[in-house]
Design a protein around this ligand. Sequence first.
Ligand code: FES
Ligand code: FES
Length: 158
Amino acid sequence: MSLTHKITFALNGKPVRADADVASSALELLRGAFELGGTKLACGEGECGACTIIVDGRSRNSCLMPAVDLEGREVLTVEGLWREDGIDPVQQAFVDEGAIQCGFCTPGMIMQTKYLLSRNPDLTAEEAERGLEGNVCRCTGYKKIIAAAIGAGTGARD
Ligand code: FES
Ligand code: FES
């Protein structure tokens, strides 16, 4: 028998409610109850960053975060980057730099980049490398990803 808690939180700018299973992760809740498949499950152990979301302004591995801990938080997933006037500057920078192959790591890379740029819009290559070292890509190598993170800085300021 599973035990659930009713939780309320802000998801991509909108107030939401959910029955959160105490044994479930935030990742499972977002992908299941809210059908937000952009946040990926890869390692499930906090080692790859594919599940990165932003909670109260900080990046988190949603596979390790209990769903019930979303109570009262402000949560941003990659789906929340959609803008009326087009895609987010960070997403555009990944496209422009060709920093995507299979794309499985990309939402996590983009969310981590958003977080890094929110703290420092003028990332150096070294800072971008350090900030993204918890995000694993099996396809592209990291050169283009780092270039995208740095290149996104200007557009991400607005
Ligand atoms: S799926 Fe969460 S860190 Fe890998
Ligand atoms: S683009 Fe395939 S894992 Fe990164």
